[in-house]
Design a protein. Structure first.
Length: 101
């Protein structure tokens, strides 16, 4: 059975190439749902709709989560509501980026 922890572990290996922090700590992942049939639904965002990785980053997320043993499929939805901002980052991400004020 696939766990949310496994998914988060994989998401923690994916980085926005412009920010040296993984997408989980950045707060790009709004929701993860695992259906009984091991289909994973992910709701995520980016820093902005015109983000340079708007096409490639969601594909990387879908590909890496799909590779988790037991995952039967991934449905990824990109949203910009609510818009991402620095407050969505974890404390660790803020410290890493020098934003711990």
């Amino acid at each position: 059975m696939v766990t949310k922890e496994q998914i988060i572990e994989v998401l923690s290996t994916i980085y926005d190439p412009e920010i040296p922090v993984n997408i989980w700590e950045l707060g790009f992942i709004y929701d993860i749902q695992i259906q009984p049939d091991d289909i994973v639904n992910i709701l995520m965002t980016l820093t902005a709709p015109n983000c340079p990785v708007a096409e490639s980053l969601p594909i990387e997320v879908k590909t890496k989560v799909s590779a988790i043993e037991g995952v039967k499929g991934v449905s990824l939805r990109l949203t910009f509501e609510p818009p991402w901002d620095f407050e969505m980052m974890s404390e660790a991400a803020k410290v890493e980026l020098g934003l711990d004020f």
